[in-house]
Write a protein that binds this ligand. Structure first.
Ligand SMILES: [Zn+2]
Length: 325
């Protein structure tokens, strides 16, 4: 049995401030790398106990660049899939997926470090008239390839969010948010034990998980940014329509097109942050680190901007059913 683990950082046991998940803050991040590695190791042990024969780990936070998981401390025999080609290869014949250390979507008031893909952009993502977060995105990505996601770990808000989309998914709550930027964490020994046990339970009961339905194409994507300048830089991309100063939409024929349009939008919006980009290429320099710290602090210390209501009833859904031809 082949299982993929995708890890993020915000929902890891013991992580209680944003300074722990950003390398440019130095020591808090370096110490927290042990925390993420141990949560992933707990999931690995649990999956192995349930009969997983091949486990691939994707270090998802900031696309694993810089690395979050400490490769040398991962359970013996398990590889962190650092190359895109290795990830693409592994995903092809997976039987199940596990999400470790996830967080709730942008705008979730009781979600610890809640955001969608980029806290700096203050981005919210809608698909077919419904706001979605990184959990649903990852579950659907797996579903398109044909396997279910059986477990998610993180704060209480992400577990609630995941179950609202996918009621069967097993959740492990390792902390509760006290605000968007602080959390009350359960003891590490307890959460790691829970991650291990629930991973075993979920994989032993794999036959009870269905591959969830994916958003029906054409897929209508809404992107709402914190600032109009981010939306302006994305609006030049073919296919994007403007719905407001901070709000754009795009209609994709299928998932690959959606994926491409979304990644391109992220790249274009981030390119607005000239200082950030320039200094990222000089990672490690004190000035570069300072810029990144300033952007991150600003993003987390500002109030999350209000979100528009998306249309929940799509035109195509209220049209009479077309006869099959
Ligand atoms: Zn993250």
């Amino acid at each position: 049995m082949r299982v993929m683990i995708v890890s993020d950082f915000e929902g890891i046991s013991g992580v209680r401030t944003f300074r722990q998940v950003i390398k440019e803050f130095g020591r808090p991040f370096e110490k927290a790398r042990i925390l993420i590695t141990e949560d992933v190791n707990a999931a690995i042990r649990g999956l192995k106990a349930a009969g997983a024969t091949e486990i691939g780990v994707v270090d998802g936070h900031r696309w694993g660049n810089p690395p979050n998981i400490i490769d040398e401390k991962i359970e013996a025999g398990i590889t962190v899939l650092r190359e895109k080609s290795a990830r693409d290869n592994f995903i092809k014949s997976c039987d199940a997926q596990v999400l470790v250390g996830f967080h709730a979507m942008a705008g979730t008031k009781d979600g610890f470090l809640s955001h969608t893909s980029s806290s700096i952009l203050g981005l919210a993502l809608g698909l077919n008239g419904q706001y979605v977060g990184e959990t649903a995105w990852c579950v659907w990505k797996g579903a398109y390839t044909g396997f279910p996601t059986i477990m998610v770990t993180g704060d209480a808000a992400v577990v609630r969010e995941a179950k609202s989309f996918f009621p069967e998914i097993k959740g492990v709550t390792v902390k509760t948010a006290l605000s968007r930027t602080s959390a009350k964490c359960l003891p590490l020994e307890k959460t790691r034990r829970m991650i291990e046990d629930v991973a075993t339970y979920a994989l032993k009961n794999l036959s009870q998980f269905k591959v969830p339905e994916t958003p029906e194409p054409p897929i209508e994507m809404d992107l709402v940014f914190a600032s109009p300048s981010f939306a302006n830089s994305v609006a030049i991309m073919p296919g994007y329509r403007r719905k407001g100063d901070r709000w754009l939409s795009y209609t994709a024929k299928n998932w690959p097109e959606l994926n491409e349009a979304f990644s391109m939008a992220l790249r274009l919006a981030l390119s607005q942050l000239v200082n950030l980009q320039e200094n990222r290429s000089r990672v490690g320099s004190e000035q570069g680190n300072r810029y990144v710290r300033e952007f991150v602090c600003h993003a987390w210390e500002s109030e999350f901007p209000p979100l528009p209501e998306l249309k929940t009833c799509r035109e195509k859904q209220i049209q009479p059913k077309q006869p099959k031809l």
